[in-house]
Design a protein around this ligand. Structure first.
Ligand code: PMP
Length: 428
């Protein structure tokens, strides 16, 4: 595949942008080679600066559930832009958006819009701290909740990909207030809670982890956390930046049947525009300014372009529940096909999959936490990544990321992906 133009652009980018990219994982640092510079995308396909076409399994890291440039979303953005791109003042559209989300998702009495997943999670823990009067939070090794200081302790995604143990610039004071436990290890959480009785404001979790590959909660894990939080007066936060509106209309809460106290959402709320949100139970949300003194704000929060994009996408998802059934069937079809070729290759592997989230780890034991994800043969994945890319399949450029399906994928696309994997594995 000719990527000369991407190479040219990457060289040029590095002179003006740190590492040539505006978010580290895009740099292809762990998989090596030149990042592909994209020009446009439609449905399930990405087109790069050299005109090559790829089948997309990133989907902007989640939000493109119906594929790229979904026509009603594009039209709605174009129309509303005529009426200004930002007010910094309230609009009726923001109310409609909040009402729509409340109608789709459990346990959200009030919801506040922000501009990224990072902001959503950062604000949610500040609120939990303000509400409980406690300082510490507990997160899980390999989970990623954005780049706010408190979350950069044993984090997943790029922090794991680049093997950054301690992030310079995060003070020891902040880091000390972040407790961690292995994902799926309820006993380790109980130990931390016992050791820090009455000090933990919140437990934040990716209900299905997507930042160390895709990792499923084992039966009883989330239930155990829910019980512990209720018992100890800890705010239970579901980070649904990836799972929200993807695993079901009501996200992981609905799909897994677990109630959270606060929930965070990200990019999907804006159909890929820069949006996030946090919401939850009235008793807690009542403490956010201007209702209470937990301060949180944003000039661009509730931005009209972002709101109309998200409102249009979410309305479509609400009115077309078959989308979830179709995504489910496509996910199952892909998993089966991947199993067939991986089995035939003789290379030990694990596929983790739920709904439209899926990933492969090269390992001979179950991958259930960060330790097992890290000891998989991730170099093999890095080689595979390029072989797939050469065949027009765009996977996330790290084993520490989940793949995301969009409903724009056809069965022909899935067959091509399976065939590409078969050919790629034969070359490993
Ligand atoms: N939480 C989760 C679960 C995420 O996956 C991410 C980013 N992929 C974030 C939070 C942060 O979102 P953003 O990059 O929009 O700040």
């Amino acid at each position: 595949m000719n990527i000369d133009r991407s190479k040219e652009l990457f060289n040029r980018a590095q002179a003006s942008i740190p590492g040539g990219v505006n978010s580290p994982v895009r740099a292809f640092k762990s998989v090596g080679g030149t990042p592909i510079f994209l020009k446009k995308a439609k449905g399930a396909y990405l087109y790069d600066a050299d005109g090559n076409r790829y089948i997309d399994y990133i989907n902007s890291w989640g939000p493109m559930i119906l594929g790229h440039a979904f026509e009603p979303v594009v039209k709605a953005i174009q129309e509303i832009a005529e009426d200004s791109t930002s007010f910094g003042a309230p609009t009726e559209l923001e109310i409609e958006m909040a009402e729509l989300i409340k109608s789709m998702v459990p346990n959200v009495d009030l919801i506040r819009m922000v501009s990224s997943g990072t902001e959503a999670c950062m604000s949610a823990i500040r609120l939990a701290r303000g509400y409980t009067g406690r300082n510490k939070i507990l997160k899980f090794e390999g989970c990623y909740h954005g780049h706010a200081d408190s979350f950069l302790v044993k984090a997943g995604s790029g922090v794991a990909t680049f093997n950054i143990q301690t992030v310079p610039g995060v003070t020891a004071g902040v880091a000390n207030d972040t407790l961690t436990a292995p994902y799926n290890d309820i006993d380790a959480v109980k130990q931390q809670v016992d050791q820090h009785k009455g000090e933990i404001a919140a437990i934040i979790v990716e209900p299905v982890a997507g930042n160390m590959g895709c990792i499923l909660p084992q039966p009883g894990f989330l239930e155990g956390l829910r019980q512990l939080c209720t018992q100890e007066g800890i705010v239970f936060i579901f980070d649904e930046v990836m799972t929200g509106f993807r695993l079901a209309k009501g996200g992981a809460q609905e799909r897994l049947g677990i109630d959270a106290d606060l929930v965070t959402y990200g990019k999907v709320i804006g159909a890929g525009m820069p949006v996030g949100a946090f919401g939850g139970k009235l008793e807690i949300m009542n403490h956010i300014a201007p209702l209470g003194n937990v301060y949180q704000a944003g000039t661009l929060s509730g931005n009209p372009l972002a709101m109309i994009a998200g409102f249009t996408l979410l309305t479509h998802l609400k009115n077309n529940p078959t989308v979830y059934k179709e995504l489910e069937e496509k996910g199952t079809y892909l998993e089966k096909g991947l199993h067939n070729v991986l089995k035939a290759s003789g290379i030990p592997y694990v596929i983790n999959h739920l709904g439209s989230m899926i990933s492969i780890h090269f390992s001979n034991k179950p991958v259930i936490d960060f330790a097992s994800a890290s000891t998989a043969k991730n170099n093999l994945f890095n080689t595979l990544f390029h072989k797939m890319l050469d065949r027009g399949i765009y996977l996330p450029p790290s084993a520490f990321e989940s793949w995301f399906l969009s409903n724009a994928l056809t069965y022909e696309d899935l067959d091509k992906t399976i065939e590409a994997l078969d050919e790629s594995l034969k070359e490993l």
